[in-house]
Design a protein around this ligand. Structure first.
Ligand SMILES: C[S@@+](CC[C@H](N)C(=O)[O-])C[C@H]1O[C@@H](n2cnc3c(N)ncnc32)[C@H](O)[C@@H]1O
Length: 274
């Protein structure tokens, strides 16, 4: 039996085609990586890497990069991008942030997870795994959406949840990774002292030549969490309401002055010094 049918976390991300959304995130990904002090030969692990929005710029800076993602379609898309770009220092493979069992201890100088590991179940296991694979003196950098934040992605997730069935008992919301106290609790449980953890608000901007309404359609058709919300909304005739709510959100937050879209979204940048 395929794991896709048994692991809802994997199924959620294999369901759509996140590469369609990732295309709107390339500029911010490159900018963020430019601030991480990546140097040639550095061993970098990118967890929940998608098709390489941050892994590609890390490799372009000369690091030896391994991208790990739970979705096989995104791993394939990442490896295709690495080949097309001639980046032989960049490889993608399947793996679960909650259990990085194929990776040895203390292998990486820098472990990056931008809106990636936050979506894995069992956040305490995630923190333990990220710490385990990072070498002493190395660093972990996470980007996490913030619950209740008024900007784009937190609002998409909030609106989507309101149209979706209640999550199973024991489910821990991914956006709890955007709460500083939770982040500290998880990493201190993994053996890191509080002084080694720092959190700061940062911004990612979603940019596209498409209109806000076309971008909503991309989220509806290709982004797992929104696809599920539309499926649930369709089952009780509320699809048009969901579409209207998302279109109002995207329109309201669009800062582009031409026919395209540019929407900034706030996230929590977490840095852990190992
Ligand atoms: C919002 S996307 C972000 C992708 C990429 N980091 C980027 O910025 O474009 C979330 C990613 O996390 C991956 N993911 C979700 N749960 C995961 C898990 N348990 N282990 C590894 N990756 C996971 C998804 O497959 C998806 O590629």
């Amino acid at each position: 039996m395929s794991t896709s049918t048994t692991n809802p976390n994997k199924a959620l991300w294999e369901k759509g085609d996140f590469t369609r959304i990732a295309e709107t995130m390339r500029e911010s990904g490159e900018q963020l990586v430019g601030e991480l002090g990546v140097t040639p030969g550095m061993r970098v692990l990118d967890v929940g890497c998608g098709d390489g929005t941050t892994a590609v710029p890390e490799a372009r800076l000369g690091a030896d990069v391994l991208g790990v993602d739970i979705a096989s379609n995104l791993v394939a898309a990442g490896n295709a991008r690495a080949r097309e770009l001639g980046l032989d220092n960049l490889t993608f493979q399947e793996g679960d942030a909650s259990d990085l069992k194929d990776l040895g201890d203390e292998q990486f100088d820098l472990v990056v997870s931008i809106f990636g590991a936050m979506f894995a179940p069992r956040p305490f296991d995630v923190a333990k795994e990220l710490v385990r694979v990072t070498r002493p003196g190395g660093r972990i950098v996470m980007g996490n959406w913030i619950p209740g934040d008024p900007t784009l992605v937190a609002q998409i997730l909030k609106i989507s949840a309101a149209y979706s069935p209640p999550p199973p008992e024991g489910f821990v919301s991914p956006v709890t990774w955007g709460v500083e106290d939770d982040v500290i609790e998880r990493f201190t449980a993994a053996g890191v002292s509080k002084e080694q953890i720092s959190c700061a608000r940062d911004t990612y901007t979603f940019t596209s030549d498409s209109s806000p309404s076309e971008l909503v359609a991309d989220f509806r058709d290709f982004y797992g969490p929104t696809m599920n919300a539309f499926a649930a909304a369709a089952s009780d005739g509320r699809q048009a309401d969901l579409q209207a709510e998302l279109e109002a959100l995207f329109d309201e937050q669009n800062t582009s002055t031409d026919s395209g879209t540019s929407i900034p979204a706030t996230f929590l940048r977490v840095t852990v010094q190992r």
